[in-house]
Design a protein. Structure first.
Length: 122
């Protein structure tokens, strides 16, 4: 795991015993390894990634796929089409299994890097 993990999130995921725990863990690894400045915490009863604001939270009620909700996803340039939804602000990235996660890894990292660039004003 990347060094920017939070033990509170580790404990939350362990206690949750989610049916997609391996997949959630892999998405978590990808997000946190994208940039060491990304942090994580439990917010809204869910693991949430942060960098100069909230980036995305897992939607823990989804049981047959991993759902990662980007709070301001509508404002993120996503040329790979990873983010779904038509809402005013939020967008969702869905992953159905480990293979799907690996296939979408670069697109997920691109969305995270775009968020960081937006927050840094670059």
């Amino acid at each position: 795991m990347p060094s920017n993990t939070n033990t509170e999130v580790d404990q939350f995921l362990k206690e949750k015993e989610h049916p997609m725990a391996l997949e959630i863990q892999r998405v978590r690894e990808i997000v946190l390894s994208t940039d060491p400045r990304i942090g994580e915490a439990i917010k809204w009863k869910s693991p949430t990634f942060m960098y100069k604001g909230n980036i995305a939270s897992f939607f823990m009620n989804a049981k047959k796929f991993v759902s990662l909700m980007f709070h301001k996803g509508a404002s993120i340039n996503d040329p790979n089409g990873l983010l779904e939804g038509e809402g005013k602000e939020a967008r969702v990235a869905r992953f159905i299994d480990l293979e799907d996660i690996e296939n979408k890894k670069e697109a997920l990292q691109a969305v995270i890097k775009t968020w960081i660039d937006m927050r840094d004003g670059t």
